[in-house]
Every structure is written in C-alpha cells, then in structure tokens.
Design a protein around this ligand. Structure first.
Ligand code: MN
Length: 382
C-alpha cells in the first residue's frame, strides 16, 4: 500500500504578531493554509478551511473529493464572513496532498489554491508542482512578463485566486507520480519567499530526519528575515503500490469560464466551386479567428470604476473595444470616499485586473489600507 510519514513546523516569524497559518497532517492527508484578513480573521479563515476540507475528504477521498473540498471550504468561509462583519474580506490559501484510491492501490493527489506551494524533492532538486495564483504568475502564464520579471514584480504577492473571496472560485488538482524515498514539501509563502528552491532541496536532502528538515527550513527562513508566518510539512514516501502515468495530471481552472467567446455560424452558398469554397473557407476561418481573438481581448480584463460614489467592477476595456462594450459584473459596497487619495485616482483611471477575484481582492485591500490610516474611535459605555 502506498504510504508516507511526515513532520511539520510552524513559526510566527520575526515581524508578524500572530500566526495566521494553519496545518494538518495524518497518514493519508496533509494540508497547509495561509490565512489573511487581519485581526483574528486570517486565523479563522485558515482553520475553517482546514476543518471543512478534512471533513469533506473524510467522506470523499478522491481527486474529485479534493476539488469539492476546496469548494466546500470556500462556501463555509464566505458564510462565516457574512455572519461576522468584522471578518469580511478574510481569505486563505490551501495546499494539500492526499492518498486516494487509484487502480488497485493508492496514489498521491494534490490540490491547490493561492500561493502556498507543493514541491517534489528528488535527486537534490526541488521541483515546484503547484502554480501560484498571483497576478505576476498569471501574467507569466499569459506570456506578458518573464519568470525573472515576476520574481521581483510588485504584484507577485497579490493573489488572483484564494478561498473566501469569490463565490465561483476553483483550485487546481492533480495526481503526482512518486517513488519510494521522494520527499514532498508543502509550505506557506513565508518559507518560499525567504528560501530559494535550491537551498530547500539541499536542506531537505541532507537532513537526517523529517523533523530536522522542518526545523532547518524554518531556521533558514528566519535567518533570511522571517517577514511572514512560516509553515512547512515534509512528507517522505515510504512505499508505492501503483504506477501513476505522468500524463494523468488534471488541472481545473475557473478563470477560463469567465471569458465567453462569441460563437457565430456561417453558411456557404452551394453553387460555389471547390476552389472558391476553399478560398472562402480560409477567409471565413481567418475572420472567425480574428473575431474570437478580438472577442477574447475585448473581454479579457476587469477594471474598477466609480459609480455613484461606490466601486463597481466591469468586465472588458474601459470605453469599449471595437463593437464590444464593457459590462458591469459587480457593484461593491466599498465607498470611493473610503479609499486613500492615490487609490481613488486608480479607480478613476480604471485600474485593470486579470480576473474578477483579483479585482475584488484589490478593492478590499485598498479599503483596508484606507481604514488603517483612520484614527481609532473608542466607544464609551454609559
Ligand atoms: Mn503568508
């Protein structure tokens, strides 16, 4: 039977006052979550996510169960935030590995949303399995900036997908082919921002025990500055009973469902010769291609706008593009007057975000920044 053993460590770091990260380990499920939202809300988000995810995986341990677990956790956090106004805007990342039935044995499956990471450490190399859901990394995948530019980009920490913000969000899931002796590292960005992949590989490979690997990874992150909460789980594969083909990796994304491509049908008159039909076909195919590309481009961004003093989110390009007009997809409750002056002008200038969830998150962040500049009001009880 495929099996693993694991060790874990978490540390508040050197700068933050509270540890909003959370983790869970068992002999078939490992989870790391990095909560955000300030006050106690970040801790609530990460622990609610882990509790809901565990509960769901208990009744459905499968690849589909992982994706459903993310959806359930998302719903539970949104419901909790709706019931507690002081927790509004809270969210969490979640990265998990689980042993799921596969063929006649069990395989390692993973799930991810946000920018916590799963690495496979083999032959002294740490390979990142998950993709970060950050603005900078989404732009790398769209070919807009290079991997090197992303590493220092100011928006590399701004998440495009996270649990607890967008009701329709989905994570990525997949199966990971493993060998006996492989070590897996699950960590929050408090580790991956401070420790390079090669440093991680060296520490994990040379450590004499999993506990030592965890404590040395945390020490390395603290030595590098410890600017965030640090959480790490190191898993070692002890036995493997099924062969998982490398092509069986499945990923789900919801961003593509937001981009609706226009569909058109063309009718070719019957009396045309094959030559002119072929030519007309080529022209039509080209025109249709241009149409699809323009349609995609016209609807590819989400921008902010001031509508009657509140922040609205539009899909499309401000002012329209060709015959495509932008459409309002969300009216938020955030007042433009409750933003800092610089942010107010960003809204007036229609700041563009790559996804709806990134736009919502940006608005919430701007409001939070403004709120922190406001004097604290104390209520005196009679
Ligand atoms: Mn973090």
């Amino acid at each position: 039977m495929t099996s693993w053993r694991s060790a874990s460590a978490t540390h508040v770091g050197l700068v933050r006052e509270a540890n909003e990260d959370a983790l869970f380990t068992s002999d078939a499920l490992v989870i790391v979550a990095d909560g955000m939202g300030g006050h106690a809300a970040g801790e609530v988000a990460s622990s609610v996510a882990i509790a809901t995810f565990c509960e769901h995986l208990g009744s459905d341990t499968s690849l589909v169960g992982l994706a459903d677990g993310l959806r359930h956790a998302n719903e539970r956090i949104l419901a909790d935030a709706a019931a507690h106004p002081d927790r509004q805007g809270m969210g969490t990342t979640l990265t998990s590995v689980a042993l799921v039935p596969f063929g006649k044995g069990r395989a390692v499956a993973w799930a991810n949303i946000g920018d916590s990471r799963l690495y496979l450490v083999r032959d002294d190399v740490a390979q990142q399995i998950t993709e970060d859901h950050s603005v900078a990394e989404e732009w790398v995948r769209q070919g807009r900036i290079s991997k090197e530019e992303a590493a220092v980009h100011p928006r590399r920490h701004q998440l495009t997908r996270v649990l607890g913000i967008d009701p329709f969000v989905e994570g990525d899931t997949g199966l990971l082919p493993v060998e006996v002796g492989d070590r897996l590292v699950l960590c929050s960005d408090g580790l991956s921002n401070e420790v390079s992949d090669s440093q991680m590989a060296t520490i994990v490979t040379q450590a004499s025990s999993l506990n030592e690997a965890c404590s040395e990874l945390v020490s390395a992150a603290l030595d590098a500055g410890g600017r965030d909460n640090i959480t790490v789980v190191v898993v070692e594969i002890e036995s493997v009973d099924v062969v998982v083909p490398p092509t069986s990796v499945a990923k789900t994304t919801s961003e593509s469902t937001l981009m609706r491509r226009p569909r058109r049908t063309f009718h070719v008159p019957r009396h045309l010769t094959w030559r002119s039909t072929a030519f007309a076909g080529a022209v039509i195919a080209l025109a249709a291609g241009v149409f699809v590309v323009f349609g995609w481009f016209a609807q590819s961004g989400y921008y902010l706008a001031d509508v009657d003093g509140k922040v609205a989110i539009y899909q499309g390009h401000s002012g329209g593009f060709l015959w495509y007009q932008p459409k309002q997809v969300l009216m938020t409750d955030f007042k433009v007057s409750e933003m800092r002056p610089g942010d107010r002008s960003q809204i007036k200038e229609h700041l563009v975000e790559p996804s709806l969830s990134a736009a919502i998150r940006h608005v919430a962040n701007m409001h939070e920044q403004w709120r922190m500049t406001q004097p604290v009001t104390t209520t005196t009880l009679p």
